[in-house]
Design a protein around this ligand. Structure first.
Ligand SMILES: *Cc1c(COP(=O)(O)O)cnc(C)c1O
Length: 251
């Protein structure tokens, strides 16, 4: 079947307020969300995935608080963020939401992350996993963790090599304050759907193999605004969408 273009309606009129930087008006979020949900559902059906088997995680990094407020009004209950400080500001206004840390992890940020997030999808080193475990407050449930895999072998991208994923999963799995949920990846950007699918297929194969070792794993987090259909086709259970939902980011 021919690939349908992703319809993203950026405003053609210049925005009136500087406070809203590049973002389309928040009133665009409702139709975009509806359209994305329909496309996810259609894509699930086309690839033999059960309806509702793919979770949409809106990525709110670089987006104004108004966008988050509008998404919440539309029933969104969880968000992905990449920078601790920015996320903490937003969390204070949406404390009842589920927050996923999806950005690069530095040692000096692990405490703030362990204390405030529900999920961390970007664990790529055992030392960081141990810090998150040690710093997760006793009063909170275990921190949900995905091991980030570097599929493209790019030095600039973080993540463990596919061959090392099992070892890190084993490490996470034995830490009592962490709960191993699955794998996450950000492949190098390519435009062709066939090429996108090939890379996602590799991660999916390893995910299914690891699920026999760690049966509690239930999350294959792959697919962003430009490649989420390929990710769904290859078995993603969570797709992380920023610009397709909220428009261009600040900065
Ligand atoms: C920013 C980001 C996204 C969202 O990217 P879009 O292309 O805007 O959909 C998804 N995942 C991670 C890890 C990100 O950093």
């Amino acid at each position: 079947m021919a690939r349908q273009p992703l319809v993203v309606n950026f405003p053609t009129e210049p925005l009136k307020t500087s406070a809203s930087f590049n973002n389309p008006p928040v009133t665009d979020i409702a139709p975009r969300l509806e359209q994305l949900r329909a496309r996810i559902r259609e894509c699930e059906g086309r690839h033999g995935r059960p309806p509702g088997s793919v979770r949409l995680l809106p990525v709110s990094k670089g987006q104004p608080a108004a966008g988050i407020a509008e998404a919440r009004r539309l029933g969104v209950t969880g968000f992905g963020e990449s920078y601790l400080k920015e996320a903490l500001d937003k969390m204070s206004q949406a404390a009842d939401c589920q927050w996923h840390f999806i950005g690069p992890l530095q040692s000096n940020k692990t405490r703030g992350i362990a204390e405030n997030f529900h999920w961390v999808q970007s664990v790529a080193r055992s030392r960081i996993a141990r810090r998150l475990n040690d710093q997760r407050p006793a009063g909170l449930p275990p921190l949900n963790v995905c091991v980030q895999v570097n599929l493209s072998g790019e030095e600039s991208k973080s993540g463990v090599a596919l061959a090392d994923a099992e070892l890190l999963c084993r490490e996470v799995n034995r830490l009592p304050r962490l709960r191993l949920r699955g794998l996450m990846a950000i492949p190098a950007r390519v435009e062709q759907e066939d090429a996108q699918r090939l890379v996602f297929r590799k991660l999916a194969a390893e995910y299914h193999r690891l699920r026999r070792v760690f049966p509690e794993m239930d999350t294959l987090s792959m697919g962003m605004s430009h490649d989420f259909e390929a990710a769904i086709a290859e078995g993603a259970t969570m797709i992380r969408l920023g610009t397709a939902l909220f428009g261009a980011r600040k900065g």
